[in-house]
Write a protein that binds this ligand. Structure first.
Ligand SMILES: [Mg+2]
Length: 376
């Protein structure tokens, strides 16, 4: 079997026009088409990169996934582009084998995959009352774990920001009022939901070390499932301090890629939970390796999943076959056409995904919808 063509399909998603969903198809001379998705978050040029590697891949054996990955890695190919292509290659391998991808990677470790609801707060004003009401709605729909993004409203540009660190102000310091506001929201959700719903808080790299520590300590009474990215993830000593001093597990890694970028984090005890994204951390097999490395430190994995449905399908295949899975991200309130873009989208049922059974990723692009929502 040989690769004959690699195609990219940029599609509008909830982050458009900041960035599109980037779908990839790898075509073969035997008619099997593999589908992948690359996370283009804050990385222009992902499509160009996919097209460039695509030309190099033509004529090569799509089943030599590790060999092709390693060759691309050594050539310095960007990880988001390589991740999207790697997912498509696994989709081909699964279709050829007649099995879901996780069956080729050791088989299912779980009977179903638990998800947490991010975005449950969409449509709410950033007030404790509205967050608590939205959280209650999500739990009523079967979710047992939720994550609040404390800066989400900044990007909407039409409502007041809960915190201001991602605006024009470069300051990373959190004010007394901001601490009170975040604490009030988390407290309201905890009171409304009771002690057994898991709550996480994502800070999107907003703070300096003292502010991250301060907010983390202020939230200790609310028993967070994790405290995510209070600071940027470039300083391992700062992260190690946060991880060791805060009661809530420090979770990070959505912007890190490959075993090599996670190694020192794990060695230095700089995270208590990691969250690689299969669409940017190197693909399905590389993320499984990252998970295996984390497991040698008894660190669980909560995969990040924030773009389109093919990335979700790939994340689900990965989650099935990593023993140290904690929970998978799920976006509530995404664009209405998300599930139109593919046939057979994975459906959350009672806060879980069922284990997929179709060969490969188990879904293909619906090209009518892809054209309809194409990002130009
Ligand atoms: Mg995050």
């Amino acid at each position: 079997m040989r690769i004959t063509d690699v195609r990219t399909f940029p599609v509008k998603g909830r982050h458009w026009p900041r960035f599109p969903m980037v779908f990839i198809e790898v075509h073969t001379d035997e008619g099997v088409i593999g589908t992948g998705e690359a996370l283009a978050f804050q990385a222009s040029g992902v499509m160009t990169s996919v097209e460039e590697i695509g030309r190099w891949l033509v004529g090569r054996d799509p089943l030599q996934i590790e060999r092709l990955w390693e060759q691309c890695f050594r050539r310095g190919v960007g990880m988001a582009a390589l991740s999207g292509i790697e997912i498509a290659l696994w989709d081909i391998a699964g279709q050829v084998a007649g099995m879901p991808i996780y069956q080729l990677l050791g088989g299912a470790c779980h009977d179903r995959v638990r998800v947490y609801a991010d975005g449950f707060f969409r449509g709410a004003d950033p007030t404790p009352e509205q967050y608590a009401a939205k959280a209650e709605e999500a739990v009523a729909r079967g979710f047992t774990a939720l994550k609040l993004d404390i800066d989400d409203f900044l990007y909407l540009g039409e409502r007041p920001a809960l915190i201001r660190c991602h605006g024009d102000d470069l300051g990373r310091h959190i004010s007394n009022a901001e601490v009170r506001q975040v604490v009030a929201s988390v407290e309201a959700m905890r009171e409304r939901l009771g002690p057994d719903v898991d709550l996480a808080l994502d800070c999107h790299w907003a703070f300096d070390l003292p502010s991250g520590l301060r907010l983390g300590h202020a939230l200790e009474p609310y028993d967070l499932m994790w405290f995510e990215d209070p600071t940027p993830s470039k300083s391992v000593p700062a992260l190690a301090t946060l991880a060791s001093e805060l009661a809530a597990p420090l979770c990070l890694g959505e912007a890190l890629a490959t075993r090599f970028e996670f190694r020192e984090i794990l060695e230095r005890g700089a995270a208590r939970i990691i969250m690689p994204d299969v669409a940017s951390s190197g693909g399905i097999l590389e993320t499984k390796k990252i998970a295996a490395l984390a497991d040698t430190y008894y660190i669980p994995v909560a995969p990040h999943d924030m773009v389109g449905p093919i990335a979700t399908a790939a994340s689900l295949q990965l989650c099935c076959c990593i023993p140290n899975l904690l929970v998978l991200e799920h976006q509530m309130g995404d664009v209405a056409w998300r599930n139109e873009l593919i046939d057979g989208p994975p459906v959350v049922n009672g806060g879980h995904f069922d284990i997929p059974t179709r060969p490969g990723l188990g879904m293909a692009l619906n090209h009518d919808a892809v054209e309809k929502y194409r990002a130009e």
